[in-house]
Design a protein around this ligand. Sequence first.
Ligand code: PCA
Length: 198
Amino acid sequence: MDAERRLLLTGFEPWADHAANPAEVLARRLDGWRHRGWRVCGVVLPVALDAGPAVLTAARRDLRPHAVLHLGLAASRPGLTVERWAHNVADFPLPDNRGAQPRGEPLAEDGPTRLAATLPVAAAVHALAATGVPATPSASAGQFVCNAVLYASLRWAAAARFAGPVGFVHLPSPQTLALDTQERALERLLRWLVAAQL
Ligand code: PCA
């Protein structure tokens, strides 16, 4: 009997002209975080359309998580944003880390136009905002690799009838909001997730 419950927390490596990615740093920092029988497993994904979802699939197989939370950097946003939707489109403004640059292509020919995050967005925003950080819901995870990973994750969750929550939080730049402050807000969100036993 496996009593421990695992939350898979993913971040992304840096890309383009970002020297570092707070999503990577915080996924690593929170790796091993424990609370009331839950353990966070931090995994860093490549910023690549052909590799990000594949690494996620492997991590899911190895870790058999009960909840999945993705983190990514949205450097132009002023606070933390909780994504409501993944859209079935890849329209990269610049090549990913492996040189792929689809323009206006569907992620899955046969997939739905959009998929809703199964993490309760309003409650997640509330948990983050309770620490005093700016936090809002977002209607778009963009059209780059973050959106592609969320779309793949939600598609898997629907197909596998995954009972736990799957969600995505975009983080602001550490220049906008200190990393330690972002970390405290994420810990608050994690404690809420544990308490809610979703
Ligand atoms: N943010 C990018 C990809 C990796 C990341 O952290 C995005 O929003 O798509």
